[in-house]
Design a protein around this ligand. Structure first.
Ligand code: TMP
Ligand code: ZN
Length: 411
């Protein structure tokens, strides 16, 4: 299939026998919202299957879509989401404090998007450099005065950056690591670029949380890898790097932040303790993943039955928030305009577009407030607390939310 490569070995340990445990079917790219004038054109569909490596414990997609197709026009800007802005403020403060960073230290952010994280470091008087391949968002960072190199990060660009800007004391990569196909090449680039005393800080959604809360909709083509800590430790070890600390985070349904150094350093007890808890909970065994697949099927069946019965009762239902993961949910459950009148979303460029595959119109919240629906399917469930608070007046007047995971529930 054009633009698609079948993964023939584990991305971390190179084991060739991968166990496929979940097929979500064929679907369009989760961020490919369709502009009105293109709604009649055909969309590209790609299979979405997930497999487990029983040698190192890595969970990964069975196929890789060509990044040139996936990221050419990347419809995601960090700065559009208030909770993420607050999160990045916390991250920058934490790094500066934890490592006593002197002002003027060079900080590089990979997948720097519109510069939201780097802006925080800049405000703390650090030197900052963004690395961002999407040609439509890199200029947004530059407009804020944030130097941005327009590249997919790898060994080659790392060398170029090192000679142009020097060796950063800190390199950050938040929500980008799971998007990288060739991790070897990426880490070699990090190793060469990073100052010898420097720290590489990675944030990734934590696979253990995804399984526990059945966050299957966070599976989409951009997310090639689903990380537990154990395979990450093995991965960095191959390149003489060491995970010295780990923190659990609430963002994106539950993530981990790891701190990686060059060479041997003292490791915090949190690292071993988390790996132990992973193995005690069965995350190194294939049957755990089979059970997850069954729970995913049950959510689909339960949600479809619930929505059907509400429609039979004549209730109006809309989508709340149009995150990428909403499209996995809608396409896997085959939910379309027969069920949802529209999806309301705060993002300017999504408004006026249609959801990929399901072709549901995305509109602003003006329509939602003018004519409140009986039910709102919470596609942006990662912001549930903030949204349920914000919408108390909708709820007060009888409006209900449907939260799809870990099992469909009406609130
Ligand atoms: P994200 O999970 O990738 O940040 O995407 C969240 C989406 O939900 C994004 O398109 C913005 C939208 N959204 C709302 O429409 N209303 C809200 O209150 C929040 C927090 C997000
Ligand atoms: Zn492996």
């Amino acid at each position: 299939m054009e633009g698609l490569i079948e993964l023939n070995q584990c991305r971390v340990c190179k084991n060739k026998e991968l166990n496929k445990f979940l097929s979500l079917g064929s679907m369009p790219l989760a961020n490919s919202f369709i502009k009105k004038e293109r709604i009649a054109s055909s969309e590209a569909y790609f299979p979405l299957d997930v497999c487990f490596c029983s040698v190192c414990g890595m969970v990964q997609l069975a196929q890789v879509v060509d990044p040139q197709i996936m990221y050419k026009d990347y419809n995601y800007t960090t700065g559009t989401s208030e909770p993420m802005k607050a999160h990045f403020n916390g991250l920058a403060t934490q790094i500066v404090k934890k490592f006593n960073l002197p002002t003027g230290s060079l900080i590089a952010d990979i997948g720097s998007n519109d510069g939201t994280l780097l802006q925080q470091f800049k405000d703390m008087n650090m030197r900052v450099l963004g690395i961002e391949p999407a040609s439509n968002v890199a200029p947004l960072a530059r407009a804020k005065g944030i130097d941005t190199v327009e590249e997919f990060f790898s060994e080659g660009p790392a060398r170029k950056i090192r000679s142009g800007w020097g060796q950063p004391m800190v390199i950050t990569a938040t929500n980008v690591f799971a998007h990288v196909n060739n991790l070897d090449d990426f880490i070699i680039g990090i190793f060469n670029l990073l100052d010898d005393r420097g720290i590489f800080v990675v944030e990734v959604p934590y696979m253990v949380e995804m399984l526990k809360k059945v966050e299957f909709d966070t599976i989409y083509h951009e997310h090639l890898s689903y990380f537990a800590l154990r395979p990450l430790v093995a991965l960095f070890k191959r390149f003489h790097m060491q995970i010295i600390d780990v923190e659990r985070l609430e963002v994106h349904g539950g993530s981990i932040r790891i701190y990686v150094s060059k060479g041997e350093k003292k490791t915090e007890a949190a690292v071993d303790s988390l790996i132990r808890s992973e193995s005690q909970s069965g995350f190194d065994r294939i049957d755990t993943y089979g059970k997850f697949a069954q729970r995913v099927n049950r959510i689909r069946d339960g949600l479809v039955t619930l929505l059907k019965s509400l429609k039979i009762q004549g209730k109006s239902i809309v989508g709340y928030g149009a995150p990428a993961k909403g499209n996995t949910l809608l396409n896997y459950c085959k939910i379309g305009t027969e069920t949802l009148d529209y999806i309301a979303d705060t993002t300017d460029f999504k408004q006026g577009c249609f959801s990929p595959g399901s072709h549901i119109p995305v509109i602003s919240f003006d329509g939602f407030y003018a004519n409140p629906p009986d039910y709102a399917l919470l596609l942006a469930w990662n912001y549930a607390d903030a949204i349920l608070n914000k919408e108390w007046s909708y709820r007060q007047s009888g409006g209900k939310f449907i939260v799809p995971i870990p099992e469909p529930k009406i609130i």
